[in-house]
Design a protein around this ligand. Structure first.
Ligand SMILES: [Fe+2]
Length: 199
């Protein structure tokens, strides 16, 4: 436990269009070069890293570094619009270190999906749009995708002890992908897309 005293109630400002939390206690950015192995099209990824000086794909602001069990941890993720080849920008994704811990996502602006996957290989997606709350149940890995042409900003809230296990998804895609087909977002099976690229 970092803080010896119990935190006080407060209201925390969040800019819905940028996701900035001025009082954030933590912040990080991930660039395209941090996401190698995740996209269907590694050649397009390397070209964008080279030609666009390795742009930021997404960033994250978090509030509350109190580590007491039973407390809540919340913050924003901002995924910038763009594609690698046909595939929309995404986050690296994770399981919770404590697999039986859940989370909620609430989009504040933009539009996207959450890709879900379980250890047994089951996969599914859920919308991430303003006006809906996306429930992230225990035991499901989750990775988010921005299909809009503005930043996708969403608020996430989870127990502080949930923790993050990024290793289980490191350097690999999930079973489903979101790609642009005829100007629209299409959710497809990764295996089908990989074999289509090889033929
Ligand atoms: Fe999570």
């Amino acid at each position: 436990m970092k803080n010896s005293e119990s935190p006080f109630p407060c209201s925390v400002a969040i800019a819905a269009d940028t996701g900035i939390i001025p009082e954030a206690t933590a912040h990080y950015q991930k660039r395209l070069s941090d996401l190698r192995g995740l996209f269907l099209d590694p050649e397009s990824l390397e070209r964008r890293i080279r030609e666009e000086n390795d742009p930021v794909c997404y960033e994250n602001y978090a509030f509350n570094d109190n580590q007491a069990e039973g407390d809540l941890f919340f913050g924003t993720t901002i995924i910038y619009p763009g594609k690698v080849g046909l595939e929309y920008h995404l986050t690296r994704g994770h399981y919770h270190r404590k697999r039986d811990h859940a989370e909620t996502y609430q989009a504040l602006s933009g539009r996207g999906y959450v890709l879900f996957e379980r250890k047994d290989g089951t996969s599914c997606t859920a919308e991430l749009i303003p006006g809906k709350v996306t429930y992230v149940p225990p035991f499901w890995a989750h990775r988010s995708v921005n299909i809009s042409d503005v930043p996708l900003v969403f608020l996430w809230t989870c127990p502080v002890e949930a923790g993050h296990d990024y290793e289980a998804l490191a350097g690999r895609g999930m079973r489903q992908v979101v790609v642009e087909r005829n100007g629209r977002a299409s959710i497809e099976e990764r295996e089908a897309c990989v074999s289509a690229r090889q033929h």
